[in-house]
Design a binder for this molecule. Structure first.
Ligand SMILES: [Mn+2]
Length: 278
């Protein structure tokens, strides 16, 4: 058991002032060897994505930052396979003198993290994946991102199909299902069919959908799942489910929960963008 606190922190989305305020909070700053877990969506929508990345990089071994959908979007734009959208706030990163270092740092972040019986992902896991399976599938994506063909491979990452896991999936289909589950999943059927598009898959009856963490018999049910991505849940603290996304960039809070005793510190964020879907 780690003697030092681990603070698990929700989606920052480029709100670096709130991150600075959180890390300087007396309760957190008093312990120089405390560690930090970040649940992904480190950048985008907020106004200080560049400063956020530099701040996170400077934490070095004190932090574990996993990748969310917005972070992968930044990688895809940097790779030249996606364009910036009108609400993206990533241009300052792409134009920064240290852009290459920032992008390479991001490419080496994990897609999932397991320690002290807590499994952290950005969005969710599919019902049949246990901890070891989730980590091994996450590692397939990590290897791709760190590999020589990462730009080309990111191009194939977009799309909602296939919407469920099969061991036989290979190539880009396989990576797409893994990435979609880990970084975009909210609702699915008890069989693990993901409802990813806003309009919903017409083959899925709305009544069949449940939050992924409520699927009965989920293979990860005996560990504590830690995730972000779903700000409308607010701070969800169940015995074995913790959602940390409290909508910082939408005028909510940036939240840190201490792993050891669930002590919670929240910073109010004045920014308050109109709430988006992502
Ligand atoms: Mn997200």
């Amino acid at each position: 058991m780690s003697m030092h606190s681990i603070w698990m922190i929700g989606d920052i989305q480029g709100c670096c002032a709130s991150l600075d305020e959180l890390l300087a909070h007396p309760e957190i700053a008093q312990e120089p060897l405390a560690r930090f877990w970040f649940a992904g969506d480190l950048v985008n929508r907020g106004s200080q994505s560049l400063a956020t990345l530099r701040r996170l990089m400077a934490l070095e071994e004190r932090s574990v930052a996993i990748l969310g959908n917005h972070d992968l979007h930044l990688l895809a734009v940097a790779a030249g396979v996606r364009r910036l959208g009108k609400n993206d706030t990533l241009l300052e990163i792409l134009e920064a003198p240290d852009c290459e270092d920032l992008i390479n740092w991001l490419r080496w972040r994990p897609m999932a993290h397991f320690e002290l019986d807590h499994l952290m992902v950005h969005a969710g896991v599919l019902p049949k994946w246990d901890v070891q399976k989730t980590l091994s599938l996450a590692n397939e994506v990590e290897k791709m991102l760190r590999g020589p063909n990462w730009q080309k491979n990111l191009q194939k990452m977009y799309g909602n199909e296939p919407d469920h896991w099969k061991e036989g999936h290979s190539g880009s289909k396989r990576l797409r299902v893994i990435i979609n589950a880990l970084t975009r999943l909210r609702m699915c059927t008890s069989n693990g069919h993901m409802a990813l598009s806003l309009k919903g898959n017409p083959e899925l009856q709305e009544g069949d959908l449940v939050p992924w963490f409520d699927v009965k018999g989920r293979a990860t049910k005996d560990v504590t799942m830690v995730f972000g991505h779903w700000s409308t849940l607010k701070l969800l603290l169940r015995e074995r489910v913790i959602c940390l996304d409290t909508g910082c960039v939408w005028g909510g809070e940036l939240t840190a929960v201490r792993l050891q005793d669930r002590r919670t510190v929240q910073i109010s964020c004045p920014q308050g963008l109109a709430r988006g879907e992502d």
